[in-house]
Write a protein that binds this ligand. Structure first.
Ligand code: AVI
Length: 322
């Protein structure tokens, strides 16, 4: 596991927090949700029935394991299975088990921005599937893309599950997809999950649970700034607020200051003023339809080979080729 980049990551965190909190309107990047507490809260989110995404994708993979697995297979040279944003690997394990039990020659390379998630997953796989060849790495998507170009000695399958792409605006999503394409050779595949547009209430409910888990997840970014950068945010004075625009398919998360306040972040030598009801935009969770995914693919120079969906068509996994 690569821990050498840790100081750089902290520098990037500082820089982005400074930029976001001195901007107008204020914003923070959702990629910083994922520390130890954030990982645990995200696990809790994935277990909530209202957060339908995880269950849908698990159904899709479980109901199509043979077809998906055989699409991945290369009988001659085997393959490298690279997963960006692997998290707890729960859904991937269904495929890993199929592949391990059906004589696939492969290495599984999970990559995640959370050091904690990568460590947990590696330990868990060593226990559950001791014969599996695992080569885990900590890193941000854009950071590891360059290194993926080194994986071109045999077929590579890149997986991005969980509608993780939805946390990027379209411009960045196109950039991400085209950088993925640049790492691919003609036999390589990209297997990616996209949450679909649906009843707006269903989307809102997924990001606005009554138990307050999503609120705690959203607010954790402030706790993290307090701990890692010497901030003094009074976290309980911020409210979680979710919006969904059914026209664009964009769900947005905000933190809203319930009163005027002054916040200091020591390591940034920064003092920030909040007006009452001022917002910090923290996350987008984009929802898609076939037309939008085709448009993204075309812009990025990728072709859709096939797709898989669940019974309600809430969610889709697309297979792309260069
Ligand atoms: C990781 N990502 C795709 C999740 C999402 O649905 O946008 C993160 C999340 N945010 C709130 N709930 C879950």
């Amino acid at each position: 596991m690569d821990t050498k980049t840790q100081p750089q990551r902290n520098t990037a965190f500082k820089k982005e927090v400074f930029e976001g909190l001195t901007a107008s309107p204020k914003y923070l990047s959702s990629k910083y949700f994922y520390d130890k507490t954030g990982d645990k809260l995200f696990q809790d989110i994935m277990a909530m029935p209202s957060y339908y995404l995880t269950g849908c994708e698990l159904d899709i993979i479980s109901n199509n394991t043979f077809t998906i697995g055989e699409l991945f297979r290369d009988r001659e040279n085997g393959l490298d299975l690279i997963e960006l944003g692997a998290g707890d690997g729960k859904k991937t394990k269904v495929l890993l088990k199929y592949m391990a039990e059906n004589n696939f020659n492969f290495v599984y390379k999970p990559i995640d921005i959370s050091e904690n998630a990568v460590e947990l997953l590696s330990n868990n796989l060593a226990l559950e599937m001791p014969l599996l060849k695992v080569d885990a790495e900590v890193g941000e998507y854009f950071e590891v893309l360059e290194r993926l170009k080194g994986y071109n000695k045999r077929k590579k399958v890149i997986m991005v599950l969980g509608s993780n792409i939805g946390n990027l605006p379209h411009t960045k999503a196109i950039d991400f997809l085209s950088q993925l394409k640049d790492t691919m050779l003609s036999e390589d595949l990209l297997f990616m999950g996209f949450d679909q547009k649906k009843n707006p209430q269903t989307v809102l409910d997924a990001y606005n649970d009554e138990t307050g888990i999503t609120a705690a997840f959203n607010k954790n970014i402030l706790t993290r700034i307090n701990r890692e950068l010497g901030g003094n945010f009074e976290v309980e004075k911020f409210n979680h607020w979710e919006t969904y625009n059914p026209e664009t398919g964009t769900a947005k998360s905000f933190l809203v200051a319930s009163e005027a306040m002054e916040v200091t972040i020591e390591q940034l030598q920064l003092q920030i003023n909040f007006e009452q009801w001022e917002t910090i935009h923290t996350e987008i969770s984009q929802k898609y339809d076939d037309k939008t995914v085709s448009w993204l693919a075309e812009k990025a120079g990728l072709k859709i080979e096939t797709s898989f969906t669940d019974a309600n068509e809430y969610y889709k996994n697309y297979v792309f080729r260069k």
